[in-house]
Design a protein around this ligand. Structure first.
Ligand code: ATP
Ligand code: MG
Length: 321
């Protein structure tokens, strides 16, 4: 990775980052239709392809090194494009190194535990990229907007008294700090959709038969709480964008642009980790050379001793002619 390329990525994502300690008002601070100076969809597609290839390379190194883990948290309102973002950004990445966890309405077993329990159970291992499709942030979003959900969590009186949200923000920040200190990077993306674009996407789900399955009347009912969600998102972004796990507000009205942003933020994190393939020591190299000799001795009559080395030599020779 050239420093220049890494710098370009850092510059590109800088306007999306929520400055730790700043007070966010979504309605005025972030434009869902922003396209950040990229010419258009075609140029965007090219950029995404480059980003995806870069991610695939870094993910191989992350897995080989097995020291750091990455957790990508995706939050959005319905029809915000979480699924499509995951699909497009992670194409090309070895599926064995990526795990997606979806979080829906908590089960009764999950409600029997503390609120972070189910998220902790799905954290990535070292060397993996974990994706939270919805995340622990639902605990200060949907649960904040619909207070009956907090009731269902069966908290003791003193734990749901005034100040519960401020306390949750602190607990989440502390939890993420703990993960960071132990080699797990938490990357947080909020796909910021406008109300009008959400309306358009819902209608498309009704109009196009192949998309009908995606349509949910309850999603449309949830639109009635739009302003409450905007408020909850603004509070969350203000309170939980930290040095160790900053929020990125991704303009989501143009899907192609949102995907470039998501790929870039993830790439930025991996570049920063800079995972390396483990080096093989002298003893192991010596063992390799002994095994190599044995394998070469097994070559059937007429076959090259080392077919791979022979084909490389052939290719090199070919270039010269
Ligand atoms: P899609 O609709 O694209 O399949 P989705 O993430 O919207 O994906 P759904 O099953 O439609 O998945 O919805 C999940 C629902 O679960 C959302 O309405 C969300 O608000 C709700 N949910 C998530 N976490 C919690 C929580 N901790 N408490 C209560 N509800 C939650
Ligand atoms: Mg849904």
């Amino acid at each position: 990775m050239t420093d220049e390329r890494a710098e370009r990525i850092a510059e590109f994502i800088a306007p999306l980052r929520v400055k730790p300690g700043s007070k966010v008002d979504l309605a005025t601070d972030f434009d869902p239709g922003f396209k950040g100076g990229i010419g258009g969809k075609k140029q965007g597609r090219e950029l995404l392809r480059t980003g995806v290839a870069l991610l695939a390379d870094y993910q191989r190194r992350l897995a080989a090194e097995g020291r750091y883990g990455v957790l990508l948290c995706l939050q959005a309102l319905d029809a915000g494009g979480k699924d499509g973002t995951i699909r497009h950004v992670m194409t090309g990445v070895n599926p064995q190194g990526v795990h997606v966890a979806n979080f829906r309405v908590p089960s009764s077993e999950e409600l029997d535990h503390d609120y972070l329990w189910r998220y902790a159970c799905r954290l990535p291992r070292r060397g993996e990229i974990g994706i939270f499709n919805r995340s622990h942030y639902e605990e200060v979003l949907v649960v904040r907007v619909h207070s009956e959900l907090l009731e269902r969590q069966r908290l003791p009186e003193e734990a749901k008294a005034k100040g519960v949200w401020r306390r949750r923000y602190r607990e989440i920040n502390d939890w993420e700090r703990y993960l960071y200190d132990n080699g797990f990077r938490v990357v947080k993306l909020f796909l910021n959709l406008s109300k009008e674009e959400q309306r358009t996407r819902f209608l498309k789900r009704i109009d196009v038969p192949e998309r009908n399955w995606k349509f949910s009347a309850s999603d449309v009912r949830e639109r009635a709480w739009w302003d409450d969600y905007q408020h909850a998102f603004s509070r969350m972004l203000s309170a939980t964008s930290t040095r160790w796990a900053p929020w990125y507000v991704v303009p989501a009205d143009h899907k192609w642009f949102a995907r470039i942003c998501a790929a870039s933020v993830l790439a930025h994190t991996l570049i920063d980790i800079d995972p390396q393939y483990p080096e093989v020591g002298e003893k192991a190299r010596h063992e390799l050379s002994l095994v190599k000799e044995d394998l070469e001795a097994e070559a059937p009559p007429g076959a090259p001793a080392d077919p791979y080395a022979a084909s490389v030599a052939h290719r090199k020779g070919g270039h010269g002619t």
